[in-house]
Write a protein that binds this ligand. Structure first.
Ligand code: NAD
Ligand code: UDP
Length: 336
């Protein structure tokens, strides 16, 4: 058995897939979550897929007292920090809440990790930190110009983690910038359990195919792309989870902070995603053309070369697999 890894936000969409991949790789994951955007019902699925008990710490990541207890009660060797608030639109109206949880949570965690002598951290950042990129594919050296509150909370945490690693050579930190995580666990037992109307494209298509929503509004058919719709880099959530396992194994023999893009390295338009989803579910997706969504960009996709070289990781699952797995999860109910 390898080390014990604390996964904050481990009951959430991405964190739950990381927990399963960690267990598969022989680690002993421990979940910390306050269920702000998830439910304890995920835990029995996690234990079944992990094939071992997965301890749960029900706590807010900003609560230093609760964090100290978690480090006292479990032999934690490293942390994967996924806990946070992620609704881009909501963040614009609630900046204080977003800075408090995303930035305040990371500070409280780093402080308690320091006290506990645990210095290995993998952080969930986002390609949102780039804003509108000048060049494609987007490399890690691109300018950071987040054009929303959510992206700025991620940039602040990134800066502070790099400063931390600079100030104290004990830290081993991997900052992972996710592109567009999508899909669900191939078992159909884990996925994104959206509350209310989903914002992201693939979960929305699931609800439409299931008859829960009527149609998808395509946000702009006049972008400077081959078919006029926006292009993004969709990354299967299990590929993303495997990237975290690779990052932990890299950090075992590294020091300092490293920043890596996790993306598939190629883009798909909204129309391509809809076509792939229709092929997976065998149903027609009704769509209407709508104006562009404020803050959207035409096209971005990752240059994942650094992650491939350093972590020996690459996305293995294609868009068809993303859609098929998302649809399987939806057919199983799409919730816990
Ligand atoms: P999610 O909402 O499904 O998971 C986040 C988890 O954190 C939830 O279980 C939630 O209950 C928990 N949480 C929230 N606030 C907390 C707090 N104060 N204390 C403890 N737990 C708390 O979101 P996700 O999609 O799994 O995202 C995980 C991480 O990845 C987030 O940091 C998010 O910003 C980042 N990210 C997500 C995407 C994406 O498209 N899903 C893209 C880039 C980055
Ligand atoms: N999109 C869309 N209609 C929707 C939701 C999304 O046309 O209802 C488009 C969006 O403009 C972008 C792509 O789908 O080009 C992915 O959007 P999503 O919100 O999933 O991810 P983002 O890249 O914005 O984080």
């Amino acid at each position: 058995m390898k080390e014990t890894i604390l996964v904050t936000g481990g009951a959430g969409y991405i964190g739950s897939h990381i927990v399963v991949e960690l267990a598969r790789a022989g680690y002993a994951p421990v979940v910390l979550d306050n269920f702000a955007n998830s439910t304890p019902a995920v835990m029995s699925r996690l234990q079944a897929l992990a094939g071992r008990p997965v301890p749960l710490v029900t706590a807010d990541v900003r609560d230093a007292v609760a964090l100290r207890s978690a480090f006292h009660d479990h032999p934690i060797a490293a942390v994967v920090h996924c806990a946070g608030l992620k609704a881009v639109g909501e963040a614009e109206g609630r900046p204080l809440a977003y800075y408090d949880v995303n930035v305040g949570g990371a500070i409280a965690l780093a402080e308690v990790m320091g006290e506990a002598g645990v210095a290995t951290l993998v952080f969930s950042s986002s390609a949102t930190v780039y804003g509108q990129p000048d060049d494609l594919p987007v490399t890690e050296d691109a300018a950071l110009r987040p054009h929303n509150v959510y992206g700025r909370t991620k940039r602040v945490v990134e800066d502070f983690l790099r400063d931390l690693a600079h100030a104290n050579a004990n830290w081993r930190i991997a900052i992972l910038r996710y592109f567009n995580p999508a899909g669900a666990h191939s078992s159909g037992m884990l996925g994104e359990a959206s509350r209310g109307r989903p914002n992201n494209l693939v979960p929305l298509l699931c609800k439409i195919a299931a008859g829960e929503l009527a149609e998808v509004a395509i946000y702009g058919g006049d972008w400077p792309t081959p078919d006029g719709t926006g292009i993004r880099d969709y990354l299967h959530v299990q590929d993303l989870a495997e990237g975290h396992v690779a990052a932990l194994s890299y950090l075992a023999a590294a020091t300092g902070a490293i920043t890596l893009n996790l993306g598939a390295g190629s883009g798909h338009s909204v129309l391509e995603v809809i076509a792939a989803f229709e092929a997976s579910c065998g149903r027609k997706i009704t769509r209407v053309m709508s104006p562009r969504r404020p803050g959207d960009v035409a096209c971005y996709y990752a240059d994942p070369a650094r992650a491939e070289a350093i972590l020996d990781w690459r996305a293995k699952r294609d868009l068809g697999t993303i859609c098929a797995d998302a649809w399987r999860w939806q057919k199983n109910g799409g919730r816990y």
